[in-house]
Design a binder for this molecule. Structure first.
Ligand SMILES: Cc1cc2nc3c(=O)[nH]c(=O)nc-3n(C[C@H](O)[C@H](O)[C@H](O)COP(=O)(O)OP(=O)(O)OC[C@H]3O[C@@H](n4cnc5c(N)ncnc54)[C@H](O)[C@@H]3O)c2cc1C
Length: 289
C-alpha cells in the first residue's frame, strides 16, 4: 500500500522512525527494536539511510522486514549525494524488486572533502525524485524545513525550491524536527500560500537527554524555546527525570498539533521503543476522540 493513500484517510496517523545499525553486528538488535515499535500499530515505520556501505544496504533489508514480516507499511529513505547516479539506480532497482513502494527521497549531507556537485551525482533531491519516478509507480516523500534548511540563508528561496521538488513528483513531506509549534504553523501557512498542497507530516523528536539535545541542535540548527531550555536546566542532570520530561514535552507538542487539526504526525523515535510506547500511552484516549 502507498503511504499517501493512508495519509489521505480521515483519521489520525502516527508513524515512527528507526535507523539501521552502523555495522552488521547490530542488525538483530535493530530488528527487535523494530518489532517492538510495530506492536504500537503505527501508520508506517520509516528507515533512515546512511552514507554508504553496510548501513545503506540494511535500510532495504529492514524496510522489507517491516513490510513482509510485520505487515506494517514501510518507508525506505534514500539519499543521493554520497553515491553515483548508477549506484542510486541500483538501489532503486533493489527496492522495486523487494516490492517496497514508498521511498523518502533525500539529497543527504555532502560528505566532507567530496567534490560536489559533479556530473555523475544527483545534485538536489528533486533530481532524485525525477529519477525514482522514471523507475515506476512509487509513492515518494521528501524532506522540508520549517526553520529553513541550514545551507540556505533565505527562507523564501527554500520554499521556492521546495515547490520545485514537490512539483517534480512528491506525494507528501515530512518536516525536520522543531520544538516550537508556532514555527510549524507559520511554515504551513507560507508553503500553502506558495501553492504546495501535499500532506505535511510534522516530525517530532522526543529529547530524552542533554546530549541528544546538543546533537539535534548541531545537526538541524533548530531553535529550542525557553520553555524547553528550562526543562533541560532543571532536569538535564537526572537521566530518568529528563526522559520523563522529554516524553511529556513531545506529547504536549503532539496534542497541540492534533488540537489544531493536524492528522498525520511522524515521531523520530530513534530506536527507542520504550519512548515510542510511552508517547502512545499518553495519547491513547486522544487518538480515539
Ligand atoms: C524528514 C527527514 C529525513 C531525513 N532522513 C535522512 C536520512 O535517512 N539519511 C540522511 O543522510 N539524511 C537524512 N536527512 C537529512 C537531509 O539529507 C539533509 O538535511 C540534507 O542536507 C538535505 O536533504 P534534502 O533532501 O532536503 O535536499 P534538497 O531538497 O536537495 O535541498 C538541499 C539544499 O539545496 C537547496 N536547493 C534545493 N533545490 C535547489 C535548486 N534547484 N537550486 C538551488 N538550491 C536548491 C535547498 O534550499 C537546500 O538548502 C533527513 C532530513 C529530514 C528532514
Amino acid at each position: 500500500m502507498r503511504i499517501i493513500d493512508r495519509l489521505n484517510e480521515d483519521r489520525i496517523h502516527i508513524s515512527f522512525e528507526v535507523f539501521p545499525p552502523k555495522t552488521d553486528e547490530g542488525f538483530e538488535k535493530v530488528i527487535s527494536t523494530t518489532d517492538e515499535i510495530a506492536k504500537l500499530n503505527p501508520a508506517f515505520i520509516s528507515v533512515t539511510y546512511g552514507a554508504g556501505g553496510g548501513t545503506s544496504k540494511n535500510t532495504a533489508k529492514i524496510a522489507s522486514h517491516i513490510k513482509d514480516d510485520l505487515h506494517v507499511l514501510s518507508l525506505a529513505h534514500l539519499t543521493c549525494a554520497s553515491s553515483t547516479k548508477d549506484e542510486v539506480r541500483q538501489v532503486i532497482g533493489n527496492l522495486k524488486e523487494l516490492g517496497i513502494e514508498n521511498i523518502l527521497a533525500l539529497r543527504g549531507d555532502i560528505p566532507e572533502g567530496m567534490v560536489f556537485p559533479s556530473d555523475n551525482r544527483f545534485r538536489y533531491a528533486y533530481e532524485l525524485v525525477e529519477e525514482i519516478r522514471r523507475h515506476g509507480d512509487f509513492c515518494i516523500g521528501a524532506a522540508c524545513y520549517p526553520e529553513g534548511h541550514v545551507e540556505n540563508e533565505h527562507k523564501e528561496d527554500d520554499i521556492r525550491y521546495l515547490k520545485q521538488k514537490v512539483d517534480s513528483g512528491v506525494d507528501f513531506l515530512t518536516t525536520q524536527m522543531f520544538f516550537d509549534n508556532d514555527i510549524h504553523y507559520n511554515f504551513l501557512y507560507r508553503i500553502r500560500e506558495a501553492g504546495i498542497t501535499v500532506p505535511v507530516l510534522p516530525g517530532i523528536m522526543p529529547i530524552t537527554s542533554a546530549a541528544q539535545m546538543k546533537k539535534s541542535r548541531d545537526l538541524s540548527g533548530t531553535v529550542f524555546p525557553r520553555r524547553f531550555l528550562s526543562i533541560l536546566d532543571r532536569f538535564g542532570s537526572s537521566p530518568a527525570a529528563m526522559k520523563q520530561a522529554g516524553i511529556a514535552y513531545a506529547t504536549d507538542q503532539i496534542i497541540d498539533l492534533l488540537a489544531n487539526g493536524v492528522k498525520n504526525i511522524h515521531i523520530y523515535s530513534m530506536n527507542k521503543p520504550d519512548v515510542a510506547a510511552a508517547i502512545m500511552s499518553n495519547l491513547s484516549e486522544i487518538i480515539k476522540a
